[in-house]
Design a protein around this ligand. Structure first.
Ligand code: GLA
Length: 386
């Protein structure tokens, strides 16, 4: 849907008058999975698809929320913006409004909002972060609050914690807020120092394969992994002062890992520590133009997420196994939280069509699910459109 169509849908819904439009993207993570909430490194890119929000301040005191994707609508008073609205999608934008109120920032007038997303929901491409960041960028601008982009990123993450109950790291909101066209974000999730690294893939495409097996981040499995990492830190800290797994090099970790008695917790920590190391190496490889090694690190990342972190499952593993069989695939792995969702693969230009046909057919035969494929375009972070 283009911006003119979005504007006319807004006017159909809320009537004639001025309207502003904002956009924030979803993301695909190239490598560095389940490292963000451990103070590690990640390497995501913002996508060209994401979430749009059209907004107009009104003379009323209430806030109306509607979406072109979801039937549920809400009209809320400012007081009602401080608590979740059942299990509805509006929790994401409402959760962001709540963060402004928590900072003591008052909304002088009410507003009408219309959302439209073109990130496949539940695919692990951060449709929720796109919704949060788009909301934050929009209300920061139209109410003239002048908060930094990093504040919006942090407030969006808080909205996810408090209104969706997912104790996520900062990767998704950061990529959505700070991403740049044709660059990946090399982010230190401990210090939030970051570098935008050009993604120059001569003759190679980033292909996203959607298992269409929805990932359920709110199922509790994600928070369980967060808790397991905290248990690993606790076990290690009895012997060595650490506050996050990201502080340990692989050598340091392996010299002390037997202090973690629980084998499952030990495996979780092993994934995190080795994944951070792989991420740092992968970024150096990309900068040096060594895509072959980059791809090997992606493959190793998937294996670690499958065996040590156990966040893959039949659909994601099938997608990766089938991708590996295609000549011209340089690397392939699950991306995002896991438990369903998408994989990301580096595929040579001339192999992309064959990849989509062959992996698609084999995946469908083995899982009974119809997959979807997108050749990723790396876009900009959240912005005003009009
Ligand atoms: C989800 C979370 C992120 C991150 C990834 C796994 O997308 O929202 O913070 O933890 O999972 O890397």
């Amino acid at each position: 849907m283009n911006t003119e169509e979005l504007k006319s849908r807004f006017i159909e819904k809320y009537g004639e008058g001025p309207v502003s439009g904002y956009f924030a993207p979803g993301r695909v993570n190239l490598i560095g999975e389940h490292t963000d909430y451990n103070g590690g490194f990640v390497f995501p890119c913002a996508l060209s698809f994401g979430n749009y929000v059209l907004i107009r301040k009104t003379d009323r005191s209430t806030f109306r929320f509607a979406s072109l994707n979801m039937p549920f609508e809400a009209e809320l008073s400012a007081g009602e913006l401080t608590k979740p609205v059942g299990k509805e999608w509006v929790n994401y934008p409402v959760g962001v409004f709540a963060q402004f109120l928590k900072r003591g920032l008052e909304f002088s007038r009410g507003a009408d909002l219309l959302f439209y997303g073109d990130v496949p929901a539940g695919a692990g491409l951060s449709s929720s972060a796109a919704l949060e960041v788009a909301t934050g960028v929009a209300i920061n601008d139209i109410y003239g609050f002048n908060l930094d982009r990093l504040d919006i990123v942090r407030m969006s993450q808080k909205a996810e914690h408090e209104f969706a109950g997912v104790m996520c790291g900062i990767m998704d909101q950061f990529a959505s807020g700070m991403g740049k066209k044709d660059h990946a974000v090399y982010l230190n999730c401990d210090t939030l120092d970051y570098e935008l690294v050009p993604v120059l893939l001569n003759g190679v495409k980033i292909v996203i394969s959607n298992t269409n097996s929805p990932h359920k981040l709110d199922s509790g499995k994600y928070n369980e992994r967060v808790a397991e990492c905290q248990a690993a830190v606790k076990a290690i800290s009895a012997h060595k002062p650490v506050t996050a797994l990201g502080e340990l090099t692989p050598e340091e970790f392996f010299s002390i890992s037997d202090k973690i008695e629980d084998a499952v917790v030990r495996a979780r920590a092993r994934h995190v520590v080795t994944e951070i190391h792989r991420t740092n190496e992968a970024v150096s490889c990309l900068k040096a133009g060594d895509l072959i090694r980059f791809g090997q690190l992606m493959n190793a990342s998937h294996t670690s997420l499958k065996t040590d972190y156990e966040v893959t499952g039949h659909e994601l593993d099938t997608m990766v196994d089938e991708a590996m069989k295609i000549p011209g695939v340089i690397g392939t792995r699950m991306t995002g939280g896991g438990f369903g969702g998408c994989t990301v693969s580096l595929v040579r230009d001339e192999a992309v069509d064959h990849f989509i046909t062959s992996v698609g057919a084999a995946y469908q035969e083995k899982t009974g699910l119809m997959p979807a494929f997108y050749v990723a375009e790396i876009g900009d972070g959240g912005k005003k459109l009009f």
